[in-house]
Design a protein around this ligand. Sequence first.
Ligand code: FNR
Length: 381
Amino acid sequence: MTPASFSDYRELARRRLPRMLFDYIDGGSYAEITLRRNTEAMEAVQLRQRVMRDVSTLSLATEVFGQKLSMPVVLGPVGMAGMYARRGEAQAARAAEAAGVASCLSTMSICGIEEVRQAVRAPAWFQLYMIKDRGYMRELLARARQAEAPVLVFTVDLTVPGTRYRDVRSGLTAPLPFWAQVARGIDGLSHPAWLYDVMLRGRPHGFGTLASALPHARGASEFWVWIRANFDPSITWADLAWVREQWPGPIVVKGILDVEDARDAVRAGADGIVVSNHGGRQLDGAVASVEALPAVADAVGDRLTVLMDGGVRSGLDVMRALALGAKACMLGRAWAFPLAARGGPGVAHMLETMRGELATAMALTGCTDVRAADRTLLARP
Ligand code: FNR
């Protein structure tokens, strides 16, 4: 199949990956209501078609935190990408750089910060979870500074992990009985392209960035035990001041859905926020990102940079998010599936596809400069 869209890449990834990994990417928490709501709410945003407005020249470029982007897109932090494709985080960062967009390395990456730094000329952003051991946090932030990460994305909506039923069933987050482990092994063996690319050529498979904090977690389920024990549920806005002491550059707080939290982020001195429900992987029943976005952008959009993620599947969705007040979108599954399906070239192709879709959306809504996108582009503002 020649992939043309997000759902094509999702299908290719489904065929290529062992079930456990596909479900890890595809799934959400509990009944997956918020996961579905993210895309349904996105689809419900209607753009206003305009004609006869000379759209022969379009400008898709923008700037966030002083960094020029060829379009308002950032590859967001996605854990374990090095298990989807060989040295996946490095491949994705390279594809992003070639496309002129930014990428953000997850704390839970397989490739360490240093490896990704080596892979690109322009350093990637870094995403941080708050771990109880502040000494280790200091060390992590020093490594990110050393790797010249220009932006720190501080994810605050995973103080406790939401349960993803698919990950329980697959054995990713809970140990499996013996025969289920055998079945999982057979499933792995029946995906030879992935086996060759990742298991044979893509070693080592430890968590590159967290390696020294992890006491040799054997298998993924032990890793989740470690997360439950070590992520810090006591964090408050005062901890942002602590992070600020360690980090001279811009700090973006990821996981804001509420206007009051957005105002607190401003008061606490954040440089940006990501309106996000973690891709429907945390609080099931939370509002869709795209539904939360307009009120948050109205409340704080003039005081910090508002990014959003959740349900962005195409360049048309990027246009929708911009019209509702986002400065740029972060992608999650929209780059994870292309990476799993085709490696770095898959990510590169998806980004070019999105660029084309965004350009078309701009032309047909009469928007010639992406930086000027606002609610006048909506059929029902
Ligand atoms: C994520 N997300 C995430 N966020 C984060 O801050 N750190 C992380 O390590 C991860 N890991 C991760 C793994 C996978 C497989 C997914 C799908 C998501 C959340 C991610 O950054 C983003 O918020 C969502 O993916 C956005 O939703 P969509 O567009 O992917 O549906």
